[in-house]
Design a protein around this ligand. Structure first.
Ligand SMILES: NC(=O)N[C@@H](CC(=O)O)C(=O)O
Ligand SMILES: [Zn+2]
Ligand SMILES: [Zn+2]
Length: 345
């Protein structure tokens, strides 16, 4: 008997769609399965003002293939110059769903991010007042902090002090990669949640480095030790409403990845649902996949879950392209390293 699994249509609470030719190429990969996505604002130049967000939203809508039902949920890139009133107006009009905090220098296109947290205090206070979530790339950038410790140190030195200083601020810790991140979320019962990526449920740091360097497994925050991957799997499959899917699908062309100084990011939009079904089945948690992909995220963001459904069917190995072609060059699809048997029908 074929095994099937029907879920409410999933959403992606952390997605990079980029712009131009790349946007046109990758958007269909997400829209095929996902109804909505929180769109990251780290373009060059970044999406800083409500005016920028409106224009970017228009470009995304124009890039949607005919007949595709996909809603981009826009974000603003927090800078030390961000105007609290512009943020409040963008929220009030329904244009934005969150503001994104990049510590300056932490990741791809984060140079305009925050260095001095005192400078963004008025924006954060306004956001707490109006209930607008802050999505956080949680890594310190200090040269003396080991890259594998940067998430844990960020929680202690930045995130916890900022949250204490701004009561009521709603925070999503994006793409957590450590047990420390899981534990910090679990220790707080209000105003805090975390997204978990597909790839961090699959790879640990050995996958990047053992047997030769694998540039397509390099992303930020970098994958950690196996114990951390297991903590992420336990959190994602627990059903705990504070954890939900944010793929962080982040396309870079192959020449930019397979380079002496390769870009950070894994492109998982195409096969995420098949991989997640595999992971949840391994964890004997298929009955909790819907919470992770389709229920917990909307609940945190105060949105209804999608009415539409998708069905996954288990069968022969699923085939999917190794790469998608774009006018900018090929983009390699994340290879989980095992055969996938769950297919979205
Ligand atoms: N995750 C990544 O490795 N890269 C992201 C940026 C980010 O989400 O930090 C990108 O924009 O390429
Ligand atoms: Zn990030
Ligand atoms: Zn990202």
């Amino acid at each position: 008997m074929t095994q099937t699994l029907t879920l409410r249509r999933p959403d992606d609470w952390h997605l990079h769609l980029r712009d131009g030719a790349m946007l046109r190429a990758v958007l269909p990969e997400s829209a095929r399965h996902f109804a909505r996505a929180i769109i990251m604002p780290n373009l060059v130049p970044p999406v800083v003002t409500s005016h920028d967000a409106q224009a970017y939203r228009d470009r995304i809508m124009a890039a949607r293939p005919e007949g595709v039902d996909f809603t981009p949920l826009m974000t603003l890139y927090l800078t030390e110059q961000t105007d609290p009133d512009d943020v409040a107006a963008a929220h009030a009009s329904g244009l934005i769903s969150a503001v994104k905090l990049y510590p300056a220098g932490a990741t791809t296109n984060s140079a305009s991010g925050v260095r001095d947290f005192d400078k963004v205090r008025p924006v954060l206070e306004k956001m707490a007042e109006i209930g607008l979530p802050l999505c956080v790339h949680g890594e310190v950038t200090d040269a003396d902090i080991d890259i594998f410790d940067r998430e844990a140190v960020f929680i202690d030195r930045v995130l916890d002090p900022v949250r204490r200083a701004t009561p009521g601020l709603r925070v999503v810790m994006e793409h957590i990669t450590t047990r420390d991140g899981v534990d910090y979320v679990k220790a707080n019962d209000r105003d805090l949640a975390a997204t978990i990526t597909t790839h961090h449920l699959v790879i640990n740091r050995n996958h990047i480095l053992v047997g030769g360097i694998k540039p397509h497994y390099y992303c930020l925050p970098v994958a950690k030790r196996e114990e951390h991957r297991l903590a992420l799997r336990a959190a994602a499959t627990s059903g705990d409403a504070r954890f939900f899917l944010g793929t962080d699908s982040a396309p870079h062309t192959d020449p930019l990845k397979e380079s002496a100084c390769g870009c950070a990011g894994c492109f998982t939009a195409s096969n995420t649902m098949s991989i997640l079904a595999h992971v949840f089945e391994e964890e004997r948690a298929l009955d909790r996949l819907e919470s992770f992909t389709s229920l917990n995220g909307p609940a945190f963001y105060g949105l209804p879950a999608n009415d539409a459904q998708i069905t996954l069917t288990k069968g022969d190995p699923v085939t999917y392209p190794d790469k998608i072609e774009t006018e900018d060059g090929p983009v390699t699809v994340f290879d989980p390293g095992f055969a996938l048997h769950w297919q979205v029908s």
